[in-house]
Design a protein around this ligand. Structure first.
Ligand SMILES: *[C@@H]1O[C@H](CO)[C@@H](O)[C@H](O)[C@H]1NC(C)=O
Ligand SMILES: *[C@@H]1O[C@H](CO)[C@@H](O)[C@H](O)[C@H]1NC(C)=O
Length: 497
């Protein structure tokens, strides 16, 4: 009898271990690197995210693929969208038996052929665009909100956003959707992929009544506090249902904080230069946390070793150190210095499920699981694009700018400043400056704010640029430019979502 029970237990264990993990991607909108307590935000108002970081792994060198979320101006102007030829993560996960839900912003086209349910998602609650508005109801209808195929209302009309007080219940609604979906999937024992792409931190920022006026940082901080609270509830829900050890959660943001809206309607990029829309660190470096209880090994920060050319070296020593105290906790954080990209979440999620990325095309992302689970450091460059132009590249701790541009003099003269208070002569330029023959080189370890370009004549510059040139040449040789699918035009680099 005891044997049979043991055998059963073993079988259950074996089965549960073999079950592919659920995947939850929490994507923030315009949240900056400096917005979380765990990343050094001084008012420490993100206890749940800080706790998530202390239980998981913090990435300090994680990047977005583009310094703005989607080239759009007003929703009616976009005619393009995601093409059927693109293979999306939920399409592949669906084949592996996953149920996929997107909650929040889709932003890959609003026409019927671009609908998320045509691109691998089984369920949708949210909108094809940001909560811009309110618009004139006749000429310019407000942005629609969908449940699956059905349009169930519109922002401002049916889903209220009070621009005077900043009150809206949307984050609470998106939270409830997430909790319900997770419960339903757990009850039916189906693996799931949840993409929670909420937008309370995108101007006009909002929070529900309970959170309004609670932050030391104003309305933007209220929105962050509500998101933090919601993420805490999502993680606790996974724990309560007993599926946290079988659910991989990743938190990040779509681009840096929108400094044109800060401080009331925008966040902080910490020590980094400029913000959203630029390819300086403030535009592209993102807060990032991986969470997977029972899988991410405990203790120690992972220290990268770089050689003199800025290449990451494999032999790192996990070393328990308290890097900074986190809110009320004083936990040891696991910090990875792996250079990561949001594009890696595609490959990493497939790897979690045991799937290979499609072989008929070049995939830019890498599998981050060796970095997350074994503390490995994979040497790889990061490319900074603005539109079709490779503006900069990071190799190890070095970053070379091939082009510099903040925004046009015309915009700047109207008071639109992507780098408020941060004029770095010859770097935060208002004309598009090419430096391809002599790129501006920064050492991000010594100078994370990109203020002091290395001397062109130095041995350091010469040695590092020799290596970076090879990386850039390889990249350009193998680059297959995509055809723009959203109507990319100059509007893309102006005030947009
Ligand atoms: C938010 O929900 C509460 C409770 O249902 C309601 O009283 C309030 O009017 C809602 N606020 C908005 C802006 O919709
Ligand atoms: C930035 O500083 C440089 C040098 O001090 C100056 O020439 C330039 O006009 C400044 N740019 C702006 C936008 O203030």
């Amino acid at each position: 009898m005891a044997r049979a029970v043991l055998a059963l237990l073993w079988l259950r264990w074996a089965l549960s271990c073999a079950a592919p993990p659920n995947v939850v991607l929490l994507l923030m909108d315009d949240m900056g690197w400096g917005d979380l307590g765990a990343f050094g935000e001084p008012s420490k108002e993100t206890p749940n995210l800080d706790q998530m970081a202390s239980e998981g792994m913090l990435f300090l060198d994680f990047y977005t693929a583009s310094p703005l979320c989607s080239p759009s101006y007003t929703p009616q102007d976009i005619v393009g969208g995601i093409q059927d030829s693109e293979i999306l993560l939920p399409e592949l996960l669906k084949k592996a038996g996953y149920t996929n839900k997107i909650i929040g912003k889709w932003h890959l086209g609003h026409r019927p052929q671009f609908h998320p349910l045509k691109h691998g998602f089984d369920e949708w609650f949210g909108s094809p665009n940001c909560h811009f508005g309110p618009y004139d109801n006749r000429a310019h209808p407000n942005i629609p909100v969908y449940r699956d195929w059905e349009m169930i209302g519109r922002y401002y009309e049916d889903f209220k956003i009070d621009l005077k007080t900043g009150e809206a219940n949307l984050t609470q609604i998106y939270l409830q959707e997430a909790l319900d979906f997770i419960s339903k999937q757990q009850a039916s024992q189906q693996p799931f992929f949840l993409y929670w792409a909420i937008d309370a931190t995108h101007a006009p920022v909002y929070a529900s009544k309970h959170f309004l006026g609670t932050s030391q940082r104003g309305l933007y901080g209220d929105a962050v506090r509500e998101i933090d609270d919601s993420i805490g509830k999502i993680l606790k829900h996974l724990q309560k249902l007993g599926i946290s050890e079988n659910t991989f959660v990743f938190f990040t943001s779509d681009n840096g904080a929108a400094l044109i809206s800060a401080p009331k309607q925008g966040g902080s990029n910490g020590r980094f230069l400029c913000g959203k829309q630029t390819t300086f660190e403030g535009g592209m470096r993102e807060p990032a946390i991986a969470w997977w209880p029972g899988h991410i090994p405990a203790g120690g920060s992972l220290r990268a070793k770089y050689n003199s050319l800025g290449q990451a070296e494999e032999n790192m020593r996990p070393k328990p150190t308290v890097l900074f105290s986190v809110s009320k906790l004083n936990n040891v954080l696991k910090v990875s210095r792996q250079l990561g990209s949001v594009m890696d979440l595609f490959t990493t999620s497939l790897s979690l499920v045991g799937l290979q990325p499609p072989s008929d095309r070049q995939i830019d992302g890498i599998d981050l699981l060796p970095a997350i689970l074994q503390g490995k450091l994979i040497d790889r460059p990061i490319f900074y694009y603005r539109g079709n132009e490779m503006m900069a590249v990071r190799v190890g701790l070095y970053k070379a700018h091939y082009w510099t541009w903040s925004n046009s003099w015309e915009e700047y003269s109207k008071g639109i400043d992507f780098c408020p208070g941060q004029n770095v002569s010859g770097v935060t330029t208002h004309s598009q400056e090419e430096h391809s023959t002599l790129p501006l080189l920064f050492h991000l370890g010594r100078d994370p704010g990109e203020k002091y370009p290395l001397s062109f004549a130095s041995d350091e510059y010469q040695g590092v640029m020799r290596r970076i040139s090879v990386v850039v040449q390889q990249h350009k040789d193998t680059m297959v430019p995509g055809v723009p699918q959203l109507n990319v035009c100059d509007k893309a680099v102006m005030v947009s979502c």
